[in-house]
Design a protein around this ligand. Structure first.
Ligand code: GLC
Length: 740
């Protein structure tokens, strides 16, 4: 029997309370058992996430608390879905109650943020996008799926598909970057791989989040209002969700913010007219955490009772964590203010997905890891290492890298080099910092015979520069200094917007002083967002800058392999690096304006920073050099029904093998709406041996060169187009073609 038929049959046997239970999702609650210890867990977690409370202290306190897994509510059929349980035994415990102690034995959806790994952590999603390698994306999803499923998880709150153009927004670290086309490619691969069923039934239901345009919050300030034209919505922010839906995503998570004045959580136009009627989405919508309740705070519901009704009626099927559906839906039905049919439809959608994703067909999966592949296996760590190497981006190199074999005394400076939590990075709640490979460890592990690696803290991502003298003295010993700067794990991610994108604390001053020791210096950045590091780029004493992001469990080993030249860096930026935070949002695919920025006074620019970005979208250096040769367009005039075919020759003109991401952009020169100066339409990552040349061929249907016109209708307009092929969004070859 099909999943929807099985769901219909079950629905017919359920009480109103049990149906509402399927619309409710919650996490465990913690109460402190120690007398006189006022346990304000949320404050503790908030302090930890701001670096005010060490994680170890938080864990110590939580160990003294009693966790309520809500077994009674589950047994009564009043809670059908759980959120953010990270221990296998607890997941098993709640599932045991649901399946064997509730009246109907409906298994729980166990939803967790498995967005970059489960126990084995991969690079942050922004870092992963910088690999431009869909096989890396697939490997992450496959590995995360295996570990999460073995741990009892059956639903991931991912992929996160928010196009992010503003480095001030902390959640840019979780995003697929600033480009819609690349985000669509990533969305498809992640949803397909998360949901692809392995032979033993291993799979996770994916949920595209956060619907919609969360990355466009005003001022890059998290949770802030989003005011956006429909055209922008359709052209920039919707396509990755459409790609996820076309790939079969089982759920969509609505976003916290208000979209043009109406909270996404209760936005009927968004959740029903657009998502369901126009995009054809047939799964269910889950709110973000406590977002139903927040409709009151938004000022769009008089109280939580009304928030529950408005959210459900708008198309929000499941309430995450506010429990307002559980509290108020029954009484709303009894008062005749809400049709039970609305509850039935939401429950139907959720139950259909539970059947579709096999929750009823296999005894919940807990315990598999006891005899299956263990978590954090050598193989999984190897995968994380291989992926991590491909995500780092070489931003500057005067030739100091890779470290030459005659370099025998290496000094590493900077607390981040040893900071496992920082190297792991944000959104790693299901992982642990303990197994993380540090940069110090990695550099020692890969050091050649006779090479000595030393470490001094010197400085951190804070205001403590007390180690400056010690670092300068140690630098006097060294042949090369590796200075590790950037951000702590809590300085990006949720609720981590920053107005100032410079290196925090005394890092800039410290580095400026350190390089006056005239020892060849490399800076490795460990950070979640694009930073204003122009002072490093312009400093002649800094020979190289490697953007290391937060690469996860194998971070230190991946960076060491690159610094020693065991791997030739191939990452390319998927977000623009602005010169200053005040220049944000800054992105490559912007309209030309009537006065594009230039040295001429009356043009669009800031007086106090360069017009060009510090590093453009698509930028990334290699230890070799690539030269672009013949760039041919097969047919310069094509109809709207035809496909543009072109080719470009790329040669490895250097002395070592390397991977190059060849990028193809277009520009619609004249259209009824101002078009971006460039739009990424294709890319291909190729490996070239020294001296090797490859002809890269692209095919691009004219249909993909359209846009949403001022009436939000998708059109392909005839006219002149530019075609660009190159190594980033600025260094390109140019051709012209026409759609007739
Ligand atoms: C958070 C995030 C969302 C996450 C959810 C569950 O607030 O906004 O991305 O999936 O809560 O952890």
């Amino acid at each position: 029997m099909t999943a929807d038929r099985r769901a219909e049959e079950l629905l017919g046997r359920m009480t109103l309370k049990e149906k509402i239970g399927q619309l409710s999702q919650a996490g465990s609650t913690m109460t402190c058992t120690l007398p006189g210890f006022e346990a304000d867990i949320e404050t503790w977690v908030s302090e930890m996430l701001q670096g005010k409370l060490p994680k170890e202290e938080l864990d110590r306190r939580l160990a003294m608390c009693k966790e309520n897994l809500r077994e009674d509510e589950i047994a009564a059929g009043e809670l059908g879905n759980f959120v953010n349980l990270y221990e296998d035994e607890k997941i098993a415990a709640v599932q045991e109650v649901a399946v064997h102690k509730s009246r109907l034995g409906i298994p729980l959806f166990i939803g967790v943020d498995v967005i970059r790994g489960y126990r084995t952590m991969f690079p942050t999603p922004l870092a992963l996008s910088c690999s431009w390698d869909m096989e890396c994306v697939r490997i992450m999803a496959a590995t995360a799926k295996r570990e999460a499923y073995d741990g009892g998880v059956n639903w991931t709150f991912g992929p996160m598909l928010d196009i992010a153009r503003d480095g001030r927004w902390g959640r840019i670290v979780e995003s697929p970057g600033e480009d819609t086309y690349l985000a669509c490619r990533i969305a498809k691969v992640q949803v397909e791989e998360f949901q692809r069923e392995e032979e033993d039934g291993c799979r996770l239901m994916a949920s595209a989040k956060h619907f919609i345009a969360y990355g466009a919050v005003s001022g890059g300030q998290d949770y802030n209002t989003v005011d956006l034209s429909q055209r922008q919505l359709f052209e920039v922010y919707l396509p990755p969700f459409r790609a996820a839906i076309e790939a079969g995503a089982g759920a969509v998570m609505s976003a916290f913010h208000d979209l043009n004045g109406v909270p996404c959580t209760m936005n009927r136009w968004l959740l029903t007219d657009i998502l369901r009627k126009q995009m054809g989405f047939r799964g269910f919508v889950v709110s973000d955490a406590e977002a139903v309740k927040q409709c009151v705070t938004h000022g769009c519901a008089a109280d939580e009772r009304e928030a529950a009704r408005l959210s459900l009626e708008a198309g929000g099927d499941m309430d995450m964590s506010s429990l307002d559906y559980a509290k108020y839906l029954e009484q709303l039905v009894q008062a005749g203010e809400l049709e039970e049919a609305v509850i039935d439809e939401a429950a139907r959608r959720i139950l259909t997905k539970k059947f579709e994703f096999g929750l009823f067909d296999r005894e919940y999966t807990y315990g598999r890891l006891r005899d299956g592949q263990p978590m954090l296996s050598e193989e999984h760590r190897r995968r994380s290492l291989e992926v991590g190497k491909r995500c780092a981006v070489l931003l500057k190199n005067d030739g100091i890298l890779p470290i030459r074999s005659e370099v025998k005394k290496i000094l590493i400076v900077g607390a981040l080099a040893e900071d496992k939590q920082a190297l792991l990075g944000p959104w790693a709640f299901t992982g642990s910092a303990e197994p993380v490979a540090t940069i110090v460890g990695g550099m020692k592990k890969y050091a050649e015979e006779g090479t000595e690696v030393r470490y001094v803290r010197g400085f951190g991502a804070d205001a403590d520069c007390s180690g400056f003298e010690e670092a300068c003295e140690a630098a006097g010993w060294a042949d090369i200094v590796i200075a590790v700067a950037g951000e702590k794990e809590y300085m990006s991610g949720e609720a981590a917007s920053r107005a100032n994108l410079h290196l925090a604390g005394c890092q800039e001053r410290f580095l400026d002083g350190l390089v006056r020791m005239h020892v060849p210096t490399v800076v490795v950045l460990i950070n979640g967002r694009p930073l204003a590091v122009g002072c490093l780029q312009e400093n002649p004493g800094i020979g190289a800058i490697l953007e290391g992001w937060h690469l996860g469990t194998e971070c230190g080993n991946a960076i060491a392999e690159i610094l020693y030249g065991h791997y030739n860096p191939s990452g390319k930026l998927t977000v623009t690096f602005a010169n200053e935070g005040g220049q944000e949002p800054m992105y490559y695919n912007h309209p030309n304006t009537g006065k594009p920025g230039s040295d001429f006074k009356f043009t669009s620019k800031y007086q106090d920073v360069p017009v060009r970005p510090l590093y453009p979208f698509g930028y990334g250096l290699s230890y070799t050099t690539f030269s672009y040769g013949e760039f041919l367009v097969e047919k310069e005039r094509i109809t709207r029904e035809e496909t543009l075919k072109c080719s470009v020759k790329v040669r490895n003109a250097g002395s070592c093998a390397g991977e190059e991401t060849v990028q193809l952009y277009i520009r619609d020169v004249v259209a009824s709406c101002a078009r971006p100066v460039k739009e990424l339409k294709r890319f291909e990552k190729i490996l070239l041996q020294p001296g090797e040349e490859q002809e890269v061929r692209f095919e691009l249907p004219a249909e993909e060169m359209g846009f949403y016109d001022c009436c939000c209708k998708y059109v392909v307009e005839p006219g002149e187009f530019r075609l660009y092929a190159g190594t980033d969004s600025e260094n390109v070859l140019e051709r012209t073609f026409y759609i007739v």
